[in-house]
Design a protein around this ligand. Structure first.
Ligand SMILES: Cc1cc2nc3c(=O)[nH]c(=O)nc-3n(C[C@H](O)[C@H](O)[C@H](O)COP(=O)(O)O)c2cc1C
Length: 194
């Protein structure tokens, strides 16, 4: 049996009172029931990014202390789950900032997208995210996890409701993610990403 896949769950929204906290907590709880994964929940709101001011290209690996702490957590992961809302048919600037802040730490790894929003479930955000991840040499799974009408699933002060269908889809997608993450981790171990 191979080592568990180290999955970094990245909470993309940084708004106060964001639904992203509910979605990432629900997804983390779901993943934790699967012994194939070790998890790290990265809340972007807690990271000190300074890429707008930095004179260094992320490819140099020359990071500020805040970005270095984030990059170390990205480097420690074999796979990512990007928890993203949909803002104006795309993913939020906070997530783009995080993706642009480092480089080599993302390369040659696998990812799943967990999107949410209104009736569309954030699928347009998910599709906009894919080419950006390709630019970072991150392999996304064919399907994604999508939570429609997000607020209805997370009533205030109550457990999440009516997510059984999404959890079923998530369970099979996690198997696929594990397959890819393990294959890529084994390859990186003997042959670092070029
Ligand atoms: C700036 C902004 C733009 C939005 N645009 C969309 C959109 O294009 N499609 C959609 O389904 N929902 C849209 N919404 C609704 C969000 O999906 C919803 O508010 C969600 O809770 C946002 O995630 P968050 O609370 O984690 O930040 C938008 C919300 C904001 C704040």
């Amino acid at each position: 049996m191979s080592n568990p896949t180290r999955l970094a769950i990245i909470e993309g929204s940084t708004r106060e009172q964001r639904q992203g906290e509910n979605v990432s907590a629900w997804f983390l709880n779901h993943v934790r029931q699967n012994p194939r994964f070790d998890t790290d929940l990265i809340k972007l709101v807690e990271i000190d990014f300074d890429i707008v001011q930095s004179p260094h290209h992320p490819r140099t690996g020359n990071y500020s202390a805040g970005v270095q702490a984030f990059a170390d957590r990205v480097a420690a992961a074999d796979a990512f789950a990007f928890v993203t809302p949909e803002y104006n048919h795309s993913f939020p600037a906070s997530l783009k900032q995080a993706l642009d802040s480092c480089y080599a730490e993302w390369n040659g790894k696998a990812a799943v997208i967990v999107s949410y929003g209104g009736l569309s479930g954030g699928v347009r955000a998910a599709e906009q995210l894919r080419p950006v991840l390709a630019g970072l040499a991150v392999a996304t799974m064919r399907d994604s996890i999508s939570v429609t009408s997000v607020a209805t699933h997370f009533p205030p002060d109550s457990p999440p409701i009516e997510l059984e269908g999404v959890e079923k889809a998530a369970a099979s997608l996690l198997m696929e993610l594990d397959w890819w993450a393990q294959a890529l981790a084994a390859k990186r171990a003997v042959d670092p990403y070029p």
